[in-house]
Write a protein that binds this ligand. Sequence first.
Ligand SMILES: [Fe+2]
Ligand SMILES: [Fe+2]
Length: 181
Amino acid sequence: MKAKEIVTLQRSLLVDTEKLLNKQVEMEGKSSAYYLSMASWCHMMGYENAAKYLYTHADEERMHMMKIFRYINEAGGHAMQPEITDIRHNFNSLREVFELILEHEIKVTKAINNIVDHAFSVKDFATFSFMQWYVTEQREEETMSRRALELFDIIGEDGVGLWTIDQELGKLHDASVQGEA
Ligand SMILES: [Fe+2]
Ligand SMILES: [Fe+2]
């Protein structure tokens, strides 16, 4: 009997599902590193509230990574500490940072949906159910990222605009920490 067959006899988590989940571990880990790098740039540039928002976001992405990491091992698989490379450190503007966040979150939503679709198609309802938390979380994160980006159009970036946007990002951060956003 092949090693792969022995493994699958002792658990219901399929090898393909495990691979997809480990890919998601990598994606959440990269999100955390990406947002930490953005937080650092904002902090260095004096955008204190944007930095606060992004430091928190980086911590949340690490938590997302760990939740899947533990799930894989608890389901009888092997969670892999991902290689995190190619993290961008410099950005052209505060607006660009928030454009990149929304773009990235949409990419993550697609990856989550792909896992949910896969889990359903192979009748892995444990993974399907586990991933529902991520479906809800992505919807909330996309909304928050879109709101953050909208501030740039609503307030405008001229004069004290950027300062005001930074203040509003602080409020958005506080609301989300209190579970209101
Ligand atoms: Fe995430
Ligand atoms: Fe996220």
